[in-house]
Design a protein around this ligand. Structure first.
Ligand code: SAH
Length: 250
């Protein structure tokens, strides 16, 4: 069944109203008909089975026929602070890391980022990231939509991370550091919130790592091979979620 994240206010009583963009998707792209069923997610962790009626070009309505909890969300909240990368590499990271179970993305601007300044980033780019995440969340049957936060300078991202609970890691290839597994094993109990920083194509500067350390962020190695930033982000997210038991069947 096709899945759609919608704004919670579009559900009223046992009716759901699909606005023009979704109506287009339902009638034109998917060619669904009266009485076909879809799954609607209101980002509450619940999902609704909906029977469609009144299919039109500009709107579609549906009736809620069943509600069930979505059991696919990870227990661990994982925030990925990913450097702004060239071209469409951030799209790839957002798509794959959403499938893997990342909860929140914060694009960051570091000293070696190729993107000039935060002001150079168009709203269109952030909108595109949101739609990449939405599609990946629907495809992977997530129960909640990962958040795409406004891009931050590394400094602001570090102080944000320091103020919140949980374990913060930075992937750093230049010194033989601890592995993700070693750091996780040192925790008194498994963290329920993890933050991971991954640098741009040119890597982090040593000063940035010193700064991160001063903020309590622990440098980790991803092994002896140098990964591209996008590979590093996706692989590290997978490893963290695996180590915390999020790859077990439920
Ligand atoms: N310093 C290199 C490579 C940067 S790789 C250069 O100058 O070209 C891009 C990012 O991926 C890094 O900032 C780091 O966060 C992560 N990364 C890649 N390979 C890694 C590894 N083996 N261990 C830890 N982090 C790695």
């Amino acid at each position: 069944m096709h899945r759609f994240f919608i704004a919670p206010e579009l559900i009223q009583g046992d009716s759901v109203h699909f606005p023009a963009d979704l109506a287009h998707q339902i009638t034109r792209v998917l060619r669904l008909r009266e009485q076909d069923r879809v799954i609607v997610l209101d980002n509450s962790g619940q999902e609704w089975e909906v029977e469609l009626h009144s299919l039109g070009k500009r709107s579609v309505d549906g009736t809620l026929v069943a509600r069930r909890p979505n059991l696919r969300e990870p227990h661990t909240s994982l925030t990925l602070y990913i450097a702004l990368l060239k071209g469409k590499k951030n799209d790839l990271v957002l798509q794959k890391a959403t499938e893997l179970g990342v909860t929140r993305f914060v694009p960051i601007l570091t000293n070696r980022s190729v993107v000039g300044s935060l002001r150079d980033l168009s709203d269109a780019k952030v909108d595109r990231w949101e739609s990449v995440v939405r599609e990946a969340a629907e495809q992977s049957e997530r129960g909640r939509l990962p958040i795409v936060s406004e891009p931050l300078l590394l400094d602001s991202a570090l102080s944000e991370a320091r103020q919140s609970e949980g374990l913060a890691l930075v992937a750093w290839e230049e010194q033989a550091g601890q592995s993700i597994r070693q750091v996780l094993n040192q925790q008194v109990k498994p963290p329920t919130s993890v933050k991971l920083f991954v640098g741009p194509e040119g890597g982090f500067e040593e000063d940035e790592i010193l700064h991160a350390r001063a903020y309590g962020v622990i440098p980790v190695t991803l092994g002896p091979r140098i990964l591209r930033a996008e590979t590093a982000a996706i692989a590290a997210a997978a490893v963290i979620l695996y180590e915390l038991g999020e790859w077990e069947s439920r």
